[in-house]
Design a protein around this ligand. Structure first.
Ligand code: PMV
Length: 316
């Protein structure tokens, strides 16, 4: 039994999504694979801990896996993880782990082998993965694991009064290609979200205005993607980066990467994920390949990925 959870990038709307505004996120071609081996009946589900994982991260993964086992009702399976996704960069690695585990556990919960071979429904995967994400992050918006469970570009919104978010797949008539630039270590999402929360609480009206505007950019971005208007989408990304910067979520290194991508011809570039300092920056290009090669020769750690478009079929 196997399950794949793709990583993700947020095209528009990070942080504002925590306050109930819309966001747009797409799956990466890289991610986490969970492989499950059936155990004799009566044995509990267990996870082989990734080598090198120590201390608090190890304890959190064990606790999260236990929560997913309870939610899925799975028993009699040993799960191991394989990943080609950089961790702690804002590429949704914990959500990818959660979705990969959820897929395998849901398969293991089915009794006959034929049913175990078919893919579980995305909404069930999201429900089980959410239990893991809550252990990893406390109160995440749910954007990351929803995108990974759907395996396609999504428009996401969870209003404060809503328990279940509204998640809508967004189709693109054109290939949506991004270059992902990995800057390195960054503060944890929890810390960055908490520091922003403190500023928002001090000046709720002004911060609320910016969040609302970011949500409007995400709504507009959905229309730009559906119309295949990449220049329009790129402009929205540039503006979103400016607003994230205004919220105090950028840094000199992030801004330098954004400006180098724009100078290299990006239609739009912005930080992706929680930001702060380090993490990842994305650039939207019709064909990011040559730029990625050139930046790679200059020592930049980067890769390209297609997030949506006609040639992209479900990755999960
Ligand atoms: O953990 P990251 O870097 O993928 O950030 C997640 C996006 C936030 O909007 C900052 C947090 C959230 O829960 O949506």
């Amino acid at each position: 039994m196997e399950g794949f959870g793709p990583g993700k990038v947020i095209l528009l709307g990070e942080h504002a999504v925590v306050y109930g505004f819309p966001a747009l996120a797409g799956p990466l071609s890289i991610g986490v694979r969970a492989v499950g081996e059936r155990l004799p009946p009566g044995r509990a589900a267990s996870l082989n801990m990734p080598r090198g994982l120590r201390g608090r991260s190890r304890a959190l993964l064990a606790e999260a896996f236990g929560a997913a086992v309870r939610e899925s009702g799975a028993g009699g399976v040993r799960v191991r993880l394989e990943s080609d996704l950089p961790t702690g960069m804002g590429l949704g690695s914990s959500a990818a782990v959660s979705v990969a585990c959820a897929r395998v556990l849901l398969k293991a919960a089915r009794l006959d082998s034929e049913a175990a071979a078919s893919e579980p429904a995305a909404k069930d995967v999201a429900r089980v993965a959410w239990e893991m994400e809550r252990v990893f992050h406390g109160t995440p918006s749910g954007l990351d694991h929803s995108c990974s469970a759907m395996g396609e570009l999504i428009h996401f919104r969870r209003r404060p009064s809503q328990k279940v978010p509204s998640v809508t797949p967004v189709s693109s008539p054109k290939p949506l290609n991004v270059l992902v630039w990995l800057l390195g270590e960054r503060p944890s999402t929890k810390e960055t979200v908490a520091a922003l929360r403190a500023r928002q609480m001090a000046w709720p009206e002004r911060y609320g205005r910016i969040f609302r505007e970011i949500g409007r950019l995400a709504d507009e971005g959905r229309r730009a993607v559906e119309a295949g208007e990449l220049a329009w989408l790129g402009d929205l990304m540039n503006m979103n980066h400016g607003l994230l910067s205004g919220l105090g979520l950028s840094s000199a290194a992030i801004d330098e990467a954004v400006h180098r991508l724009r100078a290299a011809g990006a239609l739009g570039a912005k930080l992706t994920g929680s930001g702060g300092d380090g993490g990842a920056v994305i650039g939207l290009f019709e064909d990011p390949g040559p730029v990625a090669k050139k930046l790679g020769r200059q020592g930049v750690d980067c890769f390209v990925s297609q997030l949506a478009g006609p040639t992209l079929r479900g990755r999960v």
